[in-house]
Design a protein around this ligand. Structure first.
Ligand SMILES: *Cc1c(COP(=O)(O)O)cnc(C)c1O
Length: 234
């Protein structure tokens, strides 16, 4: 199947999930997760009509993005370390996965040096898994006003990676929890947050039914990932 045909069938599944949830089809943005895939794959995707991509390693993104079509747009979806923030601010239109005040302060500072404002999503560890990055909901509520006060960083919403489950339905309570937490955050901030980034290849339809505005799909669009080329530690 060509990328365009594949994209078309995914878009139909997105539209059907929107219809089930009484949502407008345009209310869900598809982010193509291109990590480990080479520039040729991204070129084919752009030719097929996909313009928004996600990467989770700064080093890989820094090497790859300059080799990709200029109209491609990029979001960072990984865990960011403070020594990589400057690159992230330069390479990406949005940083998903902010999970501490310290990293947020660094983003605001680097965005100021780059004369821009950085949109971000706050990552939440909804299931409290020890192995995962992300805010515990309580800590997020407690830090939210301090995060929101940073001058060059704009909170656009929340993102989560729920525990792996073979059955998509198992992710539903985690998606519901993120949606409810977004409502809490909106109350604390007194302002709406546009984005809920949740749903990957295995569970994006359930995520859309629960209110996802951004779904992050890798495997469903590009096929299986090659094992990652080994880089120096990030
Ligand atoms: C890799 C990755 C995805 C995509 O996963 P698939 O199961 O291949 O769709 C989505 N979100 C994040 C944060 C990722 O790291």
């Amino acid at each position: 199947m060509s990328f365009a045909e594949n994209l078309d069938s995914i878009q139909q599944r997105i539209n059907a999930a929107c219809a089930r949830a009484d949502r407008a089809p345009g209310s869900v943005t598809l982010l193509a997760v291109s990590k480990t895939h080479p520039p040729e794959a991204i070129r084919a995707a752009v030719d097929g009509g996909q313009l928004l991509f996600g990467e989770n390693k700064i080093q890989e993104a820094k090497a790859k993005i300059p080799l990709c079509p200029g109209k491609a747009r990029w979001q960072f979806i990984g865990h960011l370390q403070s020594n990589k923030v400057r690159d992230a601010v330069e390479l990406f239109e949005m940083i998903q996965g902010v999970d501490s005040l310290a990293i947020a302060q660094e983003i605001s500072k680097r965005a100021e040096s780059a004369a821009r404002t950085m949109p971000i999503l706050l990552e939440v560890n909804v299931a409290g898994e020890g192995s995962k990055f992300g805010y515990a909901p309580e800590r997020l509520r407690a830090e939210l006003l301090a995060l929101n006060a940073l001058p060059r960083m704009e909170i656009h919403g929340l993102m989560t990676i729920p525990p792996f489950a073979a059955v998509p339905e198992k992710a539903r309570p985690h998606f519901q929890k993120l949606r409810e937490l977004k409502t809490d955050c909106e109350q604390i901030l007194g302002a709406p947050l546009p984005h809920l980034s949740m749903g990957m290849s295995g569970d994006f339809e359930v995520a859309i039914e629960e209110g996802a505005t951004l779904v992050r799909l890798g495997t469903a669009l590009f096929g299986a990932r090659q094992s990652r080329v080994r880089h120096a530690p990030e």
